[in-house]
Structures are given as structure tokens and as C-alpha cells.
Design a binder for this molecule. Structure first.
Ligand code: ADP
Length: 580
């Protein structure tokens, strides 16, 4: 669990050691003061020796000044180390998230990842900072005060040890009680983030359905829960802090009482009693410090576990970095069965076998949830199949270098994802080495050029976050252009012409044929009108292949295909259009 702490501490070991040394000397300076004060009272004030008072007073001043210098140095160093520590941690967490396997990405919600990157890392920074500033000082002060107090008066020290034992017991109990409460707080923060994030993503849907009140209710629930859990975690501190102060105050009262008896008997001097009380106050201060550090530690333990969950999560399949680009692509599924690792356990694809050879267009058709997108993810090896093999140009994708596999497949996903930047940048994202002419050619093939020419700055127009200023169909066309410039031998279009009208879609299909004559195209769709022109059509129903062949063959041999055809195109046919 402490792995990353060790790793970063090793990096900043020198600064850490210097800071701890400063803390040590600062504590010594603090410890010396009550003893000097006792001497000022007992040797100077009592016998009226002004010179001794001045001499010891000056010594006390010098020690305070030296202590302050050490304190300032350790403060600077602890800020430097803890902030760098935090920056390293954030970087490593982010790098890990970028390299997440799909399984890891499915497991942790994005709202929670943001909390981990920000809130949990801040918690760790605070812990490292307070640890360097006070964690090492408090035990030194506490132990030193106990030893020096014992030297001053062994009898009075019995009370002191008793007080320390009771307070230590309080610390242990409060830590046990607060740990579970603090981890609940972190999860409640996750929930608030997720609700806000979901709202922001579906803002238009919320407006269209007028579900403001429900969203407000959802947020209110998460927000109140966070407040309640935070209060519950603070309550532990609220109860135990005064209890500890009370114990120490009772101890001081008892010391004054017994001290006065001892003084009456001439067994102790006034200065020593004053110094004893002073040490007692130092012990109280350090015990409160220790409690605070433990509280931070408890919160940090929950945060550390959450960060470790990210840092130890499964990484994506790695490639060597050196890739081979093929001039053609043949994909084959051989008896493939796959179930999502975090799913219901029921296979999403079952015993799927088909092949698509170079230059061919394969349409994959089927109702929603039949496993079409899953088929695309498996081609890119976002997940590994359980049974059967998927091969690219005869090589099992599991044995193929992952970068090589993904370099040879270009994807236009179902949900067009665009980034803030120009149209040009968004298309070039598919291949940074491509020329401007090639970008325009790709945009023309994707039927995007005609609308790009009509917007004010054409290819230099800025696309807002996630493409907010483009229509669904425009986004899809930019997304297809981006997939085309990648110039991979296999092109997968995952239902990404769904927002285009039939005429534009037909144009895209035709230009794809010309631009990518040698490409293997997999076209995922729900529309018969799109699928029917493909060389081969795979009909999926509930993860099972129920038909494979061309349009004509399937019309006669596949009942599901025929039914889809009748329901989608039958009316057209009745109106006299010929498809068969
Ligand atoms: P289609 O593209 O045909 O609409 P999908 O391939 O998207 O279908 O989904 C097929 C099935 O797999 C659905 O039942 C869906 O709930 C499930 N599924 C999709 N993605 C995941 C995932 N990341 N984790 C678990 N189940 C998933």
C-alpha cells in the first residue's frame, strides 16, 4: 500500500532528511525553554540576581530565534517536497488512466477518477506536508518533555504518565472510529462529482424532458449525503478533542495541587512547578498535533487505497512501439465467444465465425444490443475473447503486437467524439503526418467538405468542446474523414452514418468505394438501406450469427434479414422502388 510513498520519498530523500533534521533541532530548542525558565525563576528572580536573569533571558531569546530559523526552513522544505510529491503522483495517476485497459475503465466511473486525481491527491499532499512538519516533531517534544519533567520531579511525573496513557487511548479509539467515516466521505464526494458530470453530459436531454427537478433532487440527495457523512467524520474529532484537553487540564490542576503540597514540605521549588506545567502544556500540544496527524493519516489511508486502486489497475495490452503497416487487411473470426468481464456473465457474442477478405465491404446488421459494437471493440482488442480466435492477415490478434493491430485498423465510432480545436486539427488527429491536400480529400470523400466550405473560417473554424457547434450529421462526417486520413487497410464504421440523410449516405458510400478501393471496410448499421450494398452481410441477433451472405442470398435464406427488409423497405417497395 505504501509503494508510491516509498518511491517518491526516495526521489526527494535529501530534502526530506534535511527537513527532518530541522524538525529535530527545532524540538530541542522548544524543550530547552522551560528548563531555562525554571532556572531564571529559581536562580535569578528568587534571589534577586538581575545579571543571571538577563544572561539566561538572552540565552532563551537566542534559542527561540534559532528554533524559529529551523521552523522556517522545515516549512519551506516540506511545502516543496509535498507539492512535488503531489505533482508526481498526479502525473503517474494520469499516465495510468491513459493506459487503462477497457476492463479498468469500465470499473471506475470518470467522476470518481476526477476525485482521485484532485481530492485524494490533495489529501496525500496535506499528509506528507503535515508529516514533515509535525509528525516527527510531536513525538520528540512529547518524549523529551516527559524525560525532562521526570528529571525535574519524579513524583509529579506519575500524574503526567497517567495523563499521557489516557490521552493515547483516546487517540487509538478515535482513529478506529474515524477511518470508516472518512472513507465514506471520499465515496460521497465521488457521487456528487458523478451526478454533476452526468448532468453536464446530458444537459440537453434534461432540458428536453424537463427533468430539472429530478436532477436537482438527485444532486440534493448526493450533496446532503456528503454533508452528513462529513459531519459524522468531524463529530469524532469534535468529541475526542475536548475530552483530551479536559484530561490534560485535570492533570495540570492535580499537579498544581500536589505541587503546592510538595512546595509546602520544601520538596520542590516554584520554578520547577512552573517548568513542569510548561512541559505538560507542550505534551498536550504535541498530543493534539499527533491526533491531527493521525486524523490526516486516516483520511489519507482511504485516499491512498483509492489511488492505489488506479495505480495497480490492469493496464492496456502493450505494444512494442515499433509497428508494421500492412498494405491490405483480412479479418477472420473463428468460433468467437465473448462475455464482458463486468457484465451479467451471459455471452454477448456466441460462436461467431466469418471472414472478410481484402478490398471487401462487410456490413454487420442487427437490432440494438445484438453485439455489433462489441464486434468492433474485439477487432481492436479492447477486450480479449474467451473462446475462439480473431486473426488479422492470418495472425491471431492475441499474438500480434497491439500497436501494429491498432495501426492497421481505423475506426469511426458510433458516438462521434470531437475535440476542442479547428476542423483541420480534428481531422488531422487521425494522422498528424498527413498533408493539407489529403485532409481535404478525406473530407470530400466523407461529404464533409461541402458543409465545411460554408462555415465562416472553413477548415480553420473552431469546434467547441465535444463538437457542440456542429450538428450530429456534421460531426459524423468529420469523424469519418478523421478515420480515412489514418490510411489503415481496415476501416470500421460503427453506425456512424445514422444521422445522415439517405442521399448523403449514398454519396459517402460511393466515395468510400473509390477512395478506398483496396481497403477492407466493416460497416456496422441498423439500416437495411446501408447494408444491402455491401459485398457481404453478417446478420447478428442476440450475439449469434443468423445469416451471412450478400443481399440477394439473405433475402431468400435469412428470416431475420427478410423481416428487417420488409419492415424498413417494404413500404418503399410497395411504392414501386426496386431493391431486389
Ligand atoms: P449493438 O452495437 O449491437 O447495439 P453492443 O455491442 O453495444 O450492441 O452491446 C451488446 C451487449 O453488450 C448489450 O447487451 C450491452 O448491454 C452489453 N455491453 C456493451 N458494452 C458493455 C460494457 N462495457 N460492459 C458490459 N456490458 C456491455
Amino acid at each position: 500500500m505504501m509503494k508510491f510513498y516509498k518511491q517518491y520519498f526516495n526521489k526527494y530523500r535529501f530534502l526530506f532528511i534535511v527537513a527532518i533534521s530541522c524538525v529535530f533541532f527545532e524540538a530541542i530548542c522548544d524543550l530547552l525553554q522551560p528548563t531555562i525558565m525554571a532556572r531564571i525563576i529559581d536562580e535569578g528572580v528568587k534571589s534577586g540576581q538581575v545579571a543571571t536573569v538577563i544572561k539566561l533571558g538572552l540565552l532563551m531569546l537566542v534559542i527561540t530565534a534559532v528554533g524559529a530559523c529551523f521552523a522556517a526552513t522545515r516549512n519551506i522544505l516540506s511545502s516543496k517536497v509535498s507539492q512535488n510529491f503531489g505533482a508526481d503522483l498526479r502525473y503517474d495517476v494520469f499516465t495510468k488512466i491513459i493506459g487503462f485497459s477497457e476492463i479498468s475503465a469500465d470499473k471506475i466511473e470518470s467522476g470518481s477518477l476526477i476525485t482521485r486525481m484532485t481530492n485524494d491527491t490533495s489529501q496525500v499532499i496535506q499528509f506528507v506536508n503535515s508529516m514533515m512538519r509535525i509528525f516527527f516533531k510531536a513525538p520528540i517534544t512529547c518524549l523529551g518533555s516527559m524525560i525532562l519533567a521526570f528529571i525535574l520531579s519524579p513524583q509529579l511525573s506519575i500524574i503526567l504518565f497517567l495523563v499521557v496513557a489516557i490521552v493515547a487511548a483516546f487517540i487509538v479509539i478515535s482513529m478506529k472510529m474515524s477511518y470508516i467515516r472518512f472513507s465514506r466521505v471520499q465515496y460521497a464526494i465521488d457521487k456528487v462529482n458523478t451526478v454533476v458530470q452526468e448532468y453536464l453530459m446530458g444537459i440537453r436531454l434534461v432540458k428536453a424532458f424537463g427533468r430539472y427537478e429530478d436532477e436537482k433532487g438527485k444532486f440534493d440527495g448526493a450533496n446532503t449525503d456528503l454533508a452528513n457523512k462529513s459531519v459524522s467524520s468531524q463529530l469524532v474529532i469534535a468529541y475526542f478533542s475536548p475530552l483530551m484537553s479536559l484530561t490534560v487540564s485535570l492533570g495540570i490542576a492535580l499537579i498544581l495541587y500536589i505541587g503546592s503540597i510538595l512546595f509546602g514540605r520544601g520538596d520542590i521549588e516554584v520554578g520547577k512547578i512552573a517548568a513542569f506545567i510548561n512541559y505538560m502544556a507542550q505534551i498536550l500540544a504535541s498530543l493534539i498535533m499527533i491526533t491531527n496527524v493521525f486524523n490526516t493519516f486516516v483520511r489519507t489511508k482511504a485516499s491512498t487505497e483509492r489511488l492505489n486502486e488506479v495505480l495497480n489497475s490492469e493496464a492496456d495490452f502493450k505494444g512494442s512501439g515499433q509497428t508494421v503497416k500492412y498494405d491490405h487487411g483480412e479479418l477472420a473470426f473463428d468460433d468467437v465467444t465473448f462475455a464482458y468481464p463486468n457484465g451479467s456473465g451471459i455471452a454477448t457474442l456466441k460462436n461467431l465465425t466469418f471472414q472478410v477478405t481484402r478490398g471487401e465491404t462487410l456490413a454487420v446488421i442487427g437490432p440494438t444490443g445484438s453485439g455489433k459494437s462489441t464486434l468492433a471493440w474485439l477487432c481492436l482488442r479492447f477486450y480479449d475473447v474467451e473462446k475462439g480466435t480473431i486473426s488479422l492477415n492470418g495472425t491471431n490478434v492475441k499474438t500480434l503486437d497491439c500497436n501494429t493491430l491498432r495501426d492497421n485498423i481505423s475506426l469511426a465510432p458510433q458516438k462521434s467524439m470531437l475535440f476542442t480545436g479547428t476542423v483541420f486539427e480534428n481531422i488531422a488527429w487521425g494522422n498528424p503526418h498527413v498533408s493539407k491536400e489529403e485532409i481535404i480529400a478525406a473530407a470530400q470523400a466523407a461529404q464533409a467538405d461541402e458543409f465545411i466550405q460554408t462555415i465562416p473560417d472553413q477548415y480553420e473554424s473552431i469546434i467547441g468542446q465535444s463538437g457542440v457547434n456542429l450538428s450530429g450529421g456534421q460531426k459524423q462526417r468529420v469523424s469519418i474523414a478523421r478515420a480515412l486520413v489514418k490510411q489503415a487497410p481496415i476501416l470500421i464504421l460503427d453506425d456512424c452514418t445514422s444521422a445522415l440523410d439517405a442521399v448523403t449516405e449514398a454519396k459517402v458510400r460511393h466515395s468510400l468505394k473509390t477512395v478506398s478501393a483496396r481497403k477492407t471496410i466493416i460497416m456496422i448499421t441498423q439500416r437495411i438501406g446501408t447494408a444491402m450494398f455491401a459485398d457481404k452481410i453478417l446478420v447478428l441477433d442476440n450475439g449469434v450469427s443468423v445469416g451471412f451472405g450478400n443481399h440477394q442470398e439473405l433475402l431468400h435464406a435469412c428470416k431475420t434479414y427478410r423481416e428487417m427488409f420488409d419492415s424498413q423497405i417494404g413500404d418503399d417497395l410497395n411504392r414501386g422502388n426496386r431493391y431486389v
